[in-house]
Design a protein around this ligand. Sequence first.
Ligand code: NAD
Length: 479
Amino acid sequence: MSESINYKLFINGTWRSGSDGSDLALTNPATEQEFGRVAVASATDLDDALMSAQNSLLSWSKTPASDRGTLLVRAARILIGKIDAAATALSKEQGKTLAEARGEYARAVETLEWNGTHAEELSAPIPMGETRMIVPEGIGVVAAFTPWNYPAVLNARKLAAPLAAGCAVILKGAEETPSAGVFIVEALEEAGIPTGVVSLVFGNPPMISEHLLGSPIVRALTFTGSTPVGKQLAKIAANNLQRCVLELGGHSPIVVFEDTDLSKAVSAISEYKFECAGQSCNAPSRVLVARRIYETFLAKLVEAAARIRIGNPDDPATEMGPMANARRIEAMERLTKDAVDRGAKVETGGARLDRSGFYWAPTILSNVHPESKVLREEPFGPILTVAPFDSIEQAIEEANATEYGLASYFFSNSPDVQKRMINSLLAGAVSVNYLKGVSADAPNAGINQSGYGYEGGVEGLRTFQNLKLVNAAGPLAIR
Ligand code: NAD
């Protein structure tokens, strides 16, 4: 029997248990067996994290940005050396395949490196003629909250940009997937991050967010998770006027036009949709297909979905692992039943696998009634609905028929169609003949109920800066 793992909190430069000794169980979603524990932070622990962040802030913010950047790049290199162990731990606690976990860590490394490489340039004063300039300064202490679906890349995003900007970060990792926070914070520790600049906590999410955001020490919050929780956090943050970055849910459409290479589109859609068992905010959830090619497309998509090899995530032959937790299986059951009760046809999947573990078959639903919950709630799982459209106007209307606005995708090579779709889709990101994760150099944000505030790229780093405007009567003596 393998040894039980115990993940600790990192506060004031020390790995420690929660002050009141509480912890939570970790469950392997492939077996439903407990395999370890994660420490729970008490109010005292959170106060210690706040004090150490505040105490470290001045010196970190005055550390030359080039040194901060070098440290982040060093941490990225250290993390590369840990990827095998880190990906194995992530796969065990989250359920994604080892290949997916390794790919995610590669993006985490890229994120640390990009922010490290750009720290100096983006912290430099920006001249505005001879008499004015803008001085970027770190916003202060940042409270960061990450979910369980992509904890490696999201923890890296939550840490890298604020650290590059000269902020201290108190990171609340996801309790179900603590290892990614631990591996990345260990890499920062080995790279020489000063005491107090980074804290890592786990525990009761509402208690932690209320406690941290209740302190005026915290000047910004960054959260990735569901829209209802994002709204709650924004309300709490209003009391201390903390700046918010809210990366929330999505309900992304894909529109497939007649001129598309169907085989290529189907394999791109199937590969991206079922990554991480569909538990990605950017995963497409509705496919709209030009009526003339609808039947052929549907047959190909069903064949591709039914062919996906589901199994234990550490088996190299596995293409899709289990869902992360029992809550997601309950949601898949509820959404599928509701759609079927309203007349939907299950083209493939539609059920939990008859084995232990939270396995849900890749599911394609057609003939879905517009009032169905699966078209309104973020499915956050391996369920895709497919419907035909008769005109580009109808495709645009249905693609935009959601309160979310995170990502939209379409397949067409026609210049007219591309122009019209890019200008009409209501989303933070539009992808053309392309389905891939967001890279570290690009700004990423949702619109409408998908949130606000940028992560990634120049804008993602600037989010954690105040831009101090300097005005002078004559030419400034300093440059
Ligand atoms: P949930 O809404 O309870 O939690 C979502 C995430 O927010 C979790 O990581 C949780 O720890 C955290 N959280 C919850 N309450 C919090 C609080 N008061 N303060 C700080 N953090 C808090 O639901 P869940 O069952 O874990 O996930 C289900 C839904 O969450 C999904 O349907 C999906 O819509 C959304 N989700 C979105 C993303 C994303 O990448 N945008 C990631 C994970 C979950």
